[in-house]
Ligand binder design. Structure first.
Ligand SMILES: Cc1cc2nc3c(=O)[nH]c(=O)nc-3n(C[C@H](O)[C@H](O)[C@H](O)COP(=O)(O)OP(=O)(O)OC[C@H]3O[C@@H](n4cnc5c(N)ncnc54)[C@H](O)[C@@H]3O)c2cc1C
Length: 379
């Protein structure tokens, strides 16, 4: 009997878990060994991060043990990857062990680099991971009003719509707590990416209708904590009492062949195959690479399904796979009980549907679908 091929997936987030589960669904144990190595023992559904600071979501409902999310027949190694040799397909672990694979899937996401934005650390707040979302929740409990500035650094690769969601939820939260009269909300839109700019212009009318002051193409270049003001890319300064901003972000690096990395440490992929550099058996998916309309769980999931089918086609079914076609969709919260759906195409065009309470309900409970079906590889 032929020995099974080995797939090692580096990263235990949205993309890594979805890819592992899909591979396991599509192959037998004798066809493929599937191993996930990662260092998050608990998986947080990040889309809920925006609801937690306002007390609109109990964080316990947004977290599951990672090994519970992996289907039967997947090896899960809890360790830190320190280096990936993609020419030999060897993954080196902090514990001293190494893993050799026939196929590698890099799904390490990105990392926050707050130290790269002068004045940011210790001053700005955010909700991009569970710890910071909970800290912001505590802060909001004691917030007595003042100008709130929501924005993004010039090196942020964050899922942009969530900052708009935060601003709109903030307006309703302030109303509920009778703080709206003394708490203007200022929204600073980022500059650098086509799709973000398009998103910002689609969402601006909704934000302005809700009394949010929108500054276009205004990235934060530094934070002056003494004077409590942010300095923008065009030199303007904006005062704040509360600053909520996404930090700068970086790829994880890790790949020993640095020609396969861009200047920010993200894997360089072929957009049609999602293979890394010149290596046919190594893929990078999700936030670990930037060849996508914008980084999102929906895109990470789509990429995970695509790469899984390619590997199955290559080593089991023999069927050839079509090229990857990028597109995205989702639901954006536009207030305490409102949300709108959106669609994005590969060319970066984005369309926004109308707001409804139904969309809000779907979005509010999306963690359930995420944990039970999307991550499981059932959709
Ligand atoms: C606040 C917020 C709201 C969002 N809302 C939405 C939304 O509404 N809709 C949407 O589609 N997307 C949303 N997103 C984006 C979405 O969450 C991300 O795009 C998605 O989680 C990316 O998945 P990933 O697997 O690539 O990365 P991650 O989920 O970051 O996973 C990477 C994993 O790799 C592990 N890892 C990293 N380095 C190592 C190492 N050296 N060794 C071992 N393990 C390692 C990490 O521990 C982590 O578990 C949101 C994001 C945020 C932050």
């Amino acid at each position: 009997m032929a020995t099974p091929k080995k797939v090692v997936i580096v990263g235990d987030g949205t993309a890594g878990i979805a890819a592992a589960n899909k591979l396991r669904f599509s192959t037998t144990l004798s066809e493929l060994e599937v191993t996930v190595v990662g260092n998050s023992s608990r998986h947080f559904y990040k889309a809920d991060g925006v609801l937690i600071p306002f007390g609109y979501r109990n964080y316990r409902k947004s977290v599951r043990p990672t090994n519970f999310l992996l289907n039967y027949g997947i090896d899960y190694i809890s360790d830190e990857v320190i280096r990936i040799d993609i020419s030999q397909r060897v993954v080196f672990l902090r514990s001293g062990k190494s893993l050799v694979a026939d196929y590698l899937i890099i799904a390490t996401g990105n990392r926050n680099a707050p130290e790269e934005l002068p004045g940011y650390e210790g001053e700005a707040k955010h909700f991009f991971d569970l710890q910071h979302a909970l800290e912001l929740r505590e802060y909001m409990k004691g917030f007595n009003g003042g100008q709130i500035v929501v924005g993004s650094s010039n090196r942020s690769d964050a899922y942009f719509p969530t900052l708009a969601e935060f601003s709109l939820l903030m307006r309703d939260y302030l109303r509920e707590h009778s703080l709206d009269g003394k708490s203007p909300v200022v929204f600073l839109t980022p500059n650098d990416e086509k799709s973000f700019t398009k998103f910002a212009s689609l969402l601006s009318p909704i934000m302005e209708k809700n009394g949010i002051e929108v500054h276009k193409k205004a990235e934060i270049t530094s934070v002056d904590s003494k004077n409590r003001e942010v300095v923008l890319s065009d030199g303007q300064k904006v005062k704040y009492n509360l600053l909520v901003a996404s930090p700068p972000m970086r790829g994880r690096g890790l790949i020993s062949d640095t020609s396969a990395l861009d200047q920010f440490g993200y894997a360089k992929v072929d957009p049609k195959t999602l293979t890394v550099g010149r290596y046919d058996d190594t893929y990078a998916i999700g936030d670990s690479q930037r060849n996508t309309i914008f980084r999102s769980a929906v895109s990470a999931h789509r990429q995970a399904l695509f790469v899984s089918s390619r590997i199955v086609a290559d080593c089991v079914s023999g069927l050839s796979e079509p090229e990857f076609k990028d597109s995205t969709h989702g639901i954006i919260i536009t207030g305490r009980n409102r949300a709108a759906s959106y669609d994005g195409t590969a060319s970066g065009d984005i369309s926004l549907g109308s707001e409804s309470q139904g969309n809000f309900l779907i979005r509010s409970y999306s963690a359930d679908t995420y944990f039970s079906s999307i991550l499981r590889g059932m959709i």
